[in-house]
Design a protein around this ligand. Structure first.
Ligand SMILES: NC(=O)c1ccc[n+]([C@@H]2O[C@H](COP(=O)([O-])OP(=O)(O)OC[C@H]3O[C@@H](n4cnc5c(N)ncnc54)[C@H](O)[C@@H]3O)[C@@H](O)[C@H]2O)c1
Length: 323
């Protein structure tokens, strides 16, 4: 078995590449390096520099490396950018996926894992989000993930490809400092950024209908997430998963923004009081996964705590920022 990991030089892709090679799988990474870095990959992982929009390149890579399964992470992922540039997001996230699926079908690749997101659900207003909770994304990024899932399932049915769509909840942490997320788009790096500037962390709204008034999310350690990809890949290659599977990847536990900032205080030693500002448009009060389908169908459950996530993210932040 050889697995192609698209977006393999990115934050999550590099963790998936490491988890799979550590487990003895052969992998090849493809990345256009628009956001990724080759330094995240170890020397035993070949990196092809190129785009998921380049069908000829994809066919060549699948053939030359004898690829038998694909983990497709390559995508644009910034919500605000997707609102400003929806055509780009549909072209790259959905168009890139269609191009890849054509190449996969032509090459006879039998297994496909797709990076989806809790963004497909929008604001469902339920205590625990199951995979059967209706999907109603509230921005173009989430729409491209939902359309991507439809496309993956339809192509799987048409071409006999077994498919898994993994709906990640809020990803944080790092398996090693050099693999950390270097962007400042998610809450953990945003809080670190404020503290590094000697500013108090910000809370956007503390009047939500939650116990402490701040939004509640389900945070998942990126190393656990990488293990979920390995579990999916193994189930596919063992023939335990046929047809299609869509599954939430979260811890199944809610953590409020205020609670998360308190953990950052424990880890960094900087316990200054957060500043409360107004709500941001589009933030759902609560988004927590039901994690039971992943346990049943993948035999996978998250193992790492929120403290481990924040601590590992902080080590990565300090390495990259030299603080
Ligand atoms: N980080 C999160 O919290 C989160 C949550 C849910 C889903 N996801 C999804 O997980 C995947 C990986 O996210 P990430 O956080 O690692 O982001 P990232 O930006 O670090 O990684 C994406 C990688 O894909 C590459 N890339 C982008 N477009 C490409 C293209 N057209 N062709 C080839 N390479 C391309 C980038 O250079 C980058 O290395 C994405 O599909 C994202 O939507 C991420």
């Amino acid at each position: 078995m050889t697995w192609l990991i698209t977006g393999g030089a990115g934050y999550i892709g590099a963790h998936v590449a490491r988890a799979m090679t550590d487990a003895g799988e052969r992998v090849v990474a493809l990345d256009d390096l628009s956001a990724g870095s080759p330094a995240r990959l170890s020397a035993d992982v070949p990196l092809v520099r190129g785009s998921s929009l380049d069908g000829e390149l994809l066919k060549r890579v699948l053939a030359e490396h004898g690829v038998t399964g694909v983990v497709h992470l390559a995508a644009r992922k910034q919500v605000a950018e997707s609102v400003a540039q929806p055509t780009r997001y549909y072209r790259e996230n959905v168009g890139g996926l269609a191009t890849l699926l054509d190449a996969v079908a032509e090459a006879g690749v039998a297994h496909f894992v797709f990076s989806s997101s809790a963004a497909v659900y929008g604001d469902p207003g339920v205590d625990l989000i199951t995979e059967d909770t209706p999907c109603a994304p509230v921005n173009p990024y989430g729409e491209t993930k939902l359309a991507g899932e439809w496309l993956v399932r339809a192509a799987g049915r048409a071409h006999g490809i077994a498919t898994v769509c993994l709906r990640y909840f809020n990803v944080a942490g790092a398996a090693a400092p050099e693999l950390a997320d270097t962007g400042v788009f998610n809450i953990v790096p945003m809080v670190f950024d404020r503290l590094t500037r000697d500013e108090a962390p910000r809370i956007f709204g503390d009047d939500y209908p939650t116990p402490d008034g701040t939004c509640i999310r389900d945070y998942i350690h990126v190393a656990d997430l990488a293990d979920a990809h390995l579990a999916a890949a193994r189930r596919l290659s063992d023939g335990d998963l046929t047809g299609d599977l869509t599954v939430n990847i979260g811890r199944g536990e809610g953590v409020s923004v205020r609670e998360l900032i308190a953990v950052v205080g424990e880890v960094t030693g900087d316990t200054r009081a957060p500043l409360v500002e107004g709500r941001r448009p589009g933030d759902a009060p609560r988004a927590v996964a039901s994690a039971s389908r992943a346990a049943e169908r993948l035999g996978w459950t998250a193992r790492r705590s929120v403290h481990e996530m924040v601590d590992s993210a902080w080590r990565g932040w300090r390495l990259h920022r030299g603080t």
